[in-house]
Every structure is written in C-alpha cells, then in structure tokens.
Design a protein around this ligand. Sequence first.
Ligand code: 3AM
Length: 545
Amino acid sequence: MIGTILMERYRLEEMIGEGGMASVYRALDLRTGHRVAVKFLRQELQANPEFLDRFRREATAASRMSHHNIVNLLDIGDNPNSPYLVFEFVDGKTLKDIIKEHGQLPQGTAVQIAIRILSALRHAHEAGVIHRDIKPQTILVDKQGYIKVSDFGIARMVGAHTSDMGETQSVMGSVHYFSPEQARGEMATFASDLYSVGCVLYEMLTGHVPFEGETQVSVAMQHVQAQAQPVRSFAPEVSEPIESVVKKAMEKVPESRYPSALLMAQALHDALLPQSDTSPVPVFEEGKKTKPRTRRRPRESLGTKIAVSLLSLVLIAGIFTGSYFIYRDIVNTTRTPLLTGFLLSSAMREAEREGIIIRVARNPSDEPVDTVIDQSIDVGQPIKRGDVLLLVVSSGHARKPVPSVVNLDLQEVKRTLERISLEVLVVKEMIHSAPKGTVLFQDPSEGTVVDAGSIVQLTISSGQAKVPQLSGFILAEARDALRKAKLEIGKVEEMAIADTSQVGRVASQLPVAGELVAENSPVDLVVYILQKTEATESPKNEGKP
Ligand code: 3AM
C-alpha cells in the first residue's frame, strides 16, 4: 500500500492506525503539499453491505459539516470496490493517549477541552448529525493543543431510521461512554452525545472512566442503574460547579441533561468563573489588553464573564500547548538554554534535548507568530531535567478585531464569525420589534481585538408579538387570531358552566390581551364547557357573541 498514489493525488506514506472498521494512513496531497489522513474500510469488511453502508454514512455525515473542532472531510475515494475517505491530518495524539500518559488533567484544561468538543457537537447537531461515539479515542489533540472530534463512523442523521439495536458492541462505540438509552439498545439522540461528553469530562478530571466492570454488559448496566462516584471524591480540587455540570450531563433521563451542547458549554464557562465576587478578577476592557484588576462585580456580569472566559482561554490554551509532547524521564541538572528569539518548534527541540519541560503561554506581539518572546528562567541558570520552563510565545496576527454584527441575522453572523475563527454564544433573547434572530447587542464590541477562538456573546431578538383579545371567541377563531399574531395556542383548560350560549367559547387567556411577548409564544386558554349534571344538548352555537 505504501507509495500508492490515489486519484493521481494522494501518496500513501505510512499506516497510522487501525480502528474497528477502518485502517488509517497518513498521505501526502501532491497537489497542495499538505499531509492528509486516508481512511479505508478494512478489506475483510468491504463485502459486507452493513459496513459499506456505515462507511457511506460517515461520508454523508462528514460532508455536512465543516468546523475547526471537527476532523474535516476533504475528499471521497473514487473506487467503489475499495472505498476510502480523505480527511485533514491531525498531527498529534488522541485524548485517550494523553489521559493514559498524564492521568487526570488540570480542571481548566479539562473544561476547555470539553467546551471545544461541545462546540464541535453544536455544529454537528445543528447539521442534524448525532455522533453516537464520543470518547477520548475519537478526540484528537494536535501538537498545538487544538481539539478535533473525529470518527463520525457510526453517526446517525436525524430522520434516518437506523436504530442502535442489532449492531455489535465492538463497533457500536465504547460502552464506557455509552448513555443509558444506548446501553438499553434504544435510539441515540443529541442528549446521548452530551452524556458521553459528561463521561469524557469525568475521565479527564478523575483520570478514570465513571464506571468500570469485568464485562461490557456490567459496565452498560451501571450506566443504566448506578450513580457514578462524585468527581470530587477522587479529585477534591475540582470545583463544585464543575462537578455539578458533570452530574447533570450524566443524568439517566435525557430530559434532565442540558437541552443543548451550547447550553452545556455555557454552563461550563459559568462554572469556571470565580465563586467570590470580592476576589480580584481580570477585567476585560475594550481595545485594551486583558489585565487583572480588583473590582467588585456581580457574578453574572457579562464583562466579567467574557474577561474570565477570554483570559482562561488564552492562558489554558497556552499552558496546554506543547506540554504533552516532551520527555520528562531524565532527571539531571543542566543550564537553561537560550530559547528567546527562536521559533517555538526549534526551542521545543532544544528543550527536549535537555530534558526540560516546556509550557507555553501565548501573547500577542509584533514578533512573527510562534516566536519565543520570553522565558521564565534566564539563560545559563541551573535547571533540572524534568523541570518546567515557561515560554511566552507570540500569537502574532492570531489576534483580530471583532467585526460589527449588530442588526444582522444570527445565521449570517455565525457564518461570518466562524469563518474568522470566532465562536458565537447567544447569551440572551429579548422581546424586540426587530425580526426574530436579529442580533441586538454584541460583546466584545466592534473593533475589540481578541484571540482566535474567542467567544463573541450575542443578545438576539426573539421577535415581538402582541397578544390579541380572545375571550368570547370559539377555539377555531382563537387559533386563527393567534396564528395571524405569530403566536401559538398553548394549554387549553376547561371550565364548566350552565349557560349554553357561552359553551365552547374562550373564558380567559394568559398572557392577557395587549401584552408584548416573544414570537411563537404559547397563549394558554380557558374554555367554557357544559355542566354535566344538566341533560342539555351539545352547543350548536358557533358564532361570535
Ligand atoms: O490507533 P491510534 O489511536 O494511534 O487517532 C486515530 C487512531 O490512532 C488515527 O488513526 C487511528 C485509527 O482511528 N486517526 C484517525 N483519523 C486521523 C486523522 N485525521 C488520525 N490520525 C491523524 N489524523
């Protein structure tokens, strides 16, 4: 296989792994010079229509998506007898490898990884794709610390009637991250993916999976019946709010989990915020660098949230970067080498040779991207092999000004911001006369310079509708009036009366007439019905009073 050129374009260089149903090769794209990953359906499965179908499903799922936290599909093989898919190549490790090597991860790192997985899932879910097999083995972490969700091999498109039943366990995802409903053989939903993220976060925080057992069945049974030991019983340094998010994500009943990937990500963001509002918190100021300052602020202040989110993103992404790709075996004293001024890659090589552990913090600067601009221990100072040396690395033009998105439609804004690697978080919907989905406020504001991957928080309009007067209407008229007013009929309750002329008519409504509410809101009604004790005919009166 090695050396084979596919479609006159992809030259296979090396086999990099074998999964349950596919072999993955690193290849060189001769047209662009980029490395790619080519995934072949395993030879012995190529005659099996079920696997061929699943492989096709992965292609369909992957081609619906394009996101910086998803391993993107680049091309589809042209040989029907030997199907293959071409993906972007991720030069790094799986999250499982990292957990195996390092055990539990620091809370901030674990949460930031989970948020990125959720960001990928939000995109997939919006495209109608359920991953169904979120686990640390399908999360790739590249050498820069970027997170990419891979392997939509058993993904299901909403609306496609493929149940999880009857498919063998070994290829149906790892039972350690299975939701209770998947363990019962029921259909996976969006909420099942969130459960699995809960399990992955649990593992990152504690260093082990939530349920262990002798057999796959015993593990599956625990997902259905048992409560996982609280995260803090293994990792007391984890904060209570983070533990609560894991617990809620891992609720047995899907409806008790977070309603969406975005809301779970939001909960994680909030949980990272400092608990006390009197402690010094970094405050983000428009157009200025993020810097710490002491201030009293309410916990839910948007400014603080953004400040902390941004700062933690910057710091944690930075600290995470590179810290897993070094040796730490040799313990010996050496002299700190000069690394400032060098490119990070050569600084890392140099440090690696010396057995020094590098942590990286990124800071914007005029130096070219990835140039080391400072080191925490001076040149020539003694340093132990295995010690940590913090390098401050230029993030150069990775910082960018936030464009103005106010008055634009949310969908358009998402596309615009995602194209320039900014994340969108809708923090509030407001009843407003602007069309539903119009952005009303943005934070940070236009022109604020932020790091790539930062979050832009938006307040959008939920539209505005005036509740019509409905009392006296029969139900069909009320429904009609509500539809015209861009509202929906809510709960209808009944009230018994003796007056036959009123039977079938609306007695009262909530919200009351004249109120301004969000578009598509429900209006609950109370309708008169005939008192049973009297033997009266059913009402024929269908007109207005
Ligand atoms: O067998 P291991 O765990 O070392 O990480 C994936 C896994 O590695 C890797 O191929 C193996 C089988 O799935 N892999 C999958 N997609 C990849 C990609 N796009 C990838 N490695 C790099 N880039």
